[in-house]
Design a protein around this ligand. Structure first.
Ligand code: HEM
Length: 87
C-alpha cells in the first residue's frame, strides 16, 4: 500500500546503482529495477545507465510511448523528493 512507500532524496537513490541493487526514478517515482533487468527488451546495459539516478530524460528519448507506471507497478519503492536541508 501507499503507506509503505518511501520518500527518497537523490543522495539515497545514488546508493542503489549496482546490478544487484538498481533503483531509478521516472517521473518522480522511484522503482527497483533489479528483477526487471534481464527482461528489458533494450538490454541490461542500457537500463543500467540510469541506475542510481533520474532516468526520466533518457527514457523519454528512447521510448516515451512505454508505460512505466503500468509495467513496473510492483517494483515501486517510493517518491523522489528534494535533498533534505538541515536549516
Ligand atoms: C526497448 C521498457 C528504460 C533503452 C524497450 C521496450 C520496452 C522497454 C517495453 C520495447 C519497446 C518497443 O519495442 O516498442 C523499459 C522500461 C524501462 C526502460 C520499463 C524503465 C524501467 C530504458 C532506458 C533506456 C532504454 C533508461 C536507455 C538508457 C531501450 C532501447 C530499446 C528499449 C534502446 C530498444 C531496443 C530495440 O528495439 O532493439 N524498453 N525500458 N530503456 N529500451 Fe527500454
Amino acid at each position: 500500500g501507499v503507506e509503505t512507500l518511501m520518500r527518497i532524496p537523490p543522495s539515497v537513490l545514488r546508493q542503489h546503482n549496482t546490478r544487484e541493487d538498481a533503483w531509478s526514478a521516472f517521473n518522480g517515482k522511484v522503482y527497483n529495477l533489479t528483477a526487471y533487468l534481464p527482461f528489458h527488451p533494450g538490454g541490461e546495459k542500457e537500463l543500467m545507465r540510469v541506475a542510481g539516478r533520474d532516468g526520466t530524460k533518457l527514457f523519454g528519448l528512447t521510448h516515451a510511448w512505454v508505460n512505466v507506471d503500468f509495467m513496473l507497478d510492483s517494483c515501486l519503492v517510493g517518491f523522489l523528493v528534494p535533498e533534505l536541508s538541515t536549516s
